[in-house]
Design a binder for this molecule. Structure first.
Ligand code: PMP
Length: 413
C-alpha cells in the first residue's frame, strides 16, 4: 500500500457534517456519490434553519424591517457568489434553481433571440444532458446546427479539433469545466479564447468544478457560467448563472411576473435591470442564505487546499483501482479529478452498486445523464466520486468491496 502524507485531515472535516456522526437513523456510510450531490455541513444547515426561524420574509417587497433584513441576506448571498467566482459586479449573478435552469435560461433567452437559422452551436460529446438538451432543442427550434466536438479515446478534448469545428457561423461553444463521468478537467480558458477569436460566445458548466478547484470567471473569460448549490455543500433548489453584464442587458427575461419589472402599463412594459430582470417571482431566499454559508465553508478550507488534497486522494485512488482485476477505468490518467467511472468484468454496474451498498458504500451506476457519452464508452458504468470529507480509508474500503463483488459474481482471485 502507498504511504503518502496527506495535506488535510478529512476526519476533522467530517466532524463538521451531521451525516457522518453516529445517529440512530444513520448507517455508517462511506459516501462516494459526491458528483450527484454533496453532504451538508452544520454551518449550512444552521444558516438555513436560522433564516426560516428568525428572518423569513419575502424580499424586495415588504415595507417592514424583517423584509429589509431578508432582502439584505439575499443580496449578501449574491455578493458572496460574485466574490467567490470573481465576477466584476454582483449584477452579473442571477440566482436560479440550479445548473439545469441556468443553462435553460441562456438557451431560451439569449438563444431564441440571437441564434438564427444556419448558425452553429458547438457542444462536446462529454456534456451532461443539462448542457446538451437545451442546445439540441434550441437548434431544432431555430433551424440552427448542433456541432459535436468528439472526445479522444482517452476521454479528452483536443483543441485542434475545436479549431476545425469553429467557423464564422459558430455562435456558442458549450463545455463542462469537469466531466461528471470522465473526471477530466477541460481547458476552459483556452476554449473560451478560441471561441471568442471565432466571434462566438462560450458557456462553461461548472457544476462539477465549483466545489473542487478555484473558479475565476475573469480568468476563464467565459460569457456564461452555471453551477448548483447542492454539489457545493449547499442546499438544493439554488443555483447560479453568471453572465457578462452586457449580455444580461440585451437578453430578454426568461420568466415574467412579480419582481422583475419597472413599469407595467397596458401599452408598455419596462423590465427591471439585471439581475432582477431574470428573477421573476419569489426567489429561493433561504436556499441563497444556505449557499452563502456553503461558500464560506469551502473558503474556510481554501479552494487551493481542497484541489491539492483531492488531487492527492485521486492519485491514491487511481493507483489502488489498478489492483482490481477486470476493472476498467474511463477517462484520462492525468489532468483529472476524483470522479471515477468504471466497469468491473462483465458485472452490470447496477449490480456493482447494489453489492457496494450492501457493504455501506454509496456509488452511482447508470448512464449519468450523459447518454451520448455513455454510448461512446460502451454502456452504463459505475461511478465513485470524491469530496473533501473522503479519505484513503474510504478508497481502501471501496477496493476491498470491489474484490468482494468479483467473488460474489464468481470471478476467481
Ligand atoms: N452539469 C453537470 C456536469 C452535472 O454533473 C450536473 C449534475 N449531475 C448538472 C449539470 C445538472 O445539475 P443540476 O441537476 O443541479 O441542475
Amino acid at each position: 500500500m502507498m504511504t503518502t502524507r496527506f495535506t488535510l485531515d478529512a476526519r476533522e472535516i467530517r466532524q463538521q457534517f451531521p451525516f457522518f456522526q453516529p445517529h440512530p437513523e444513520m448507517r455508517n456510510l462511506i459516501y462516494l456519490d459526491n458528483a450527484a450531490t454533496t453532504q451538508k455541513p452544520y454551518a449550512v444547515i444552521e444558516a438555513v434553519s436560522n433564516f426560516w426561524a428568525y428572518h423569513n420574509a419575502n424580499v424586495h417587497r415588504g415595507g417592514h424591517g424583517v423584509g429589509a433584513k431578508a432582502s439584505e441576506l439575499y443580496e449578501a448571498a449574491r455578493g458572496r457568489v460574485a466574490r467567490f467566482i470573481n465576477a466584476r459586479e454582483t449584477a452579473e449573478i442571477v440566482f436560479t434553481r440550479g445548473t439545469t435552469e441556468s443553462i435553460n435560461l441562456v438557451a431560451s433567452s439569449w438563444g431564441e433571440t440571437f441564434v438564427q437559422p444556419g448558425d452553429e452551436l458547438i457542444v462536446t460529446e462529454m456534456e451532461h444532458h443539462a448542457n446538451l438538451l437545451p442546445w439540441m432543442r434550441l437548434a431544432e427550434k431555430r433551424g440552427a446546427r448542433l456541432v459535436v466536438w468528439h472526445i479522444t479515446d482517452s476521454g479528452t478534448l483536443e483543441l485542434d479539433q475545436l479549431r476545425k469545428l469553429l467557423s464564422e457561423r459558430t455562435r456558442l461553444v458549450a463545455v463542462s469545466h469537469i466531466s461528471n463521468v470522465l473526471g477530466v478537467i477541460n481547458p476552459v480558458a483556452e476554449i473560451c479564447r478560441m471561441a471568442h477569436e471565432a466571434g462566438a460566445l462560450c458557456l462553461v458548466d461548472a457544476a462539477q468544478s465549483i466545489a473542487h478547484m478555484p473558479v475565476d470567471v475573469q480568468a476563464i473569460d467565459c460569457d456564461f457560467l452555471a453551477f448548483s448549490g447542492h454539489k457545493a455543500y449547499g442546499p438544493t433548489g439554488i443555483g447560479v448563472l453568471y453572465a457578462k453584464r452586457a449580455l444580461l442587458e440585451e437578453m430578454p427575461p426568461y420568466h415574467v411576473g412579480g419582481g422583475m419589472v419597472q413599469t407595467v402599463r397596458w401599452d408598455r412594459l419596462r423590465w427591471a435591470e439585471p439581475p432582477a430582470k431574470f428573477e421573476a417571482g419569489t426567489p429561493p431566499i433561504g436556499e441563497a442564505v444556505g449557499l452563502h454559508a456553503a461558500l464560506d465553508f469551502i473558503d474556510s478550507i481554501g479552494r487551493e487546499a481542497i484541489a491539492a488534497y483531492e488531487h492527492e486522494l485521486t492519485e491514491y485512488a487511481l493507483a489502488r483501482l489498478q489492483e482490481v482485476p477486470g476493472l476498467r477505468l474511463y477517462g484520462p490518467r492525468e489532468g483529472r479529478t476524483g470522479i471515477f467511472a468504471f466497469t468491473l468484468e462483465d458485472i452490470h454496474p447496477h449490480d456493482i452498486a447494489t453489492v457496494l451498498d450492501s457493504r455501506d458504500i454509496a456509488v452511482r451506476a447508470g448512464l449519468h445523464c450523459a447518454h451520448p457519452l455513455s454510448e461512446r464508452l460502451g454502456g452504463p458504468t459505475a461511478r465513485a466520486s470524491l469530496a473533501i470529507y473522503n479519505d484513503t480509508d474510504h478508497i481502501d474500503a471501496l477496493i476491498d468491496a470491489l474484490h468482494y463483488t468479483r467473488k460474489v459474481f464468481g470471478y476467481a482471485g
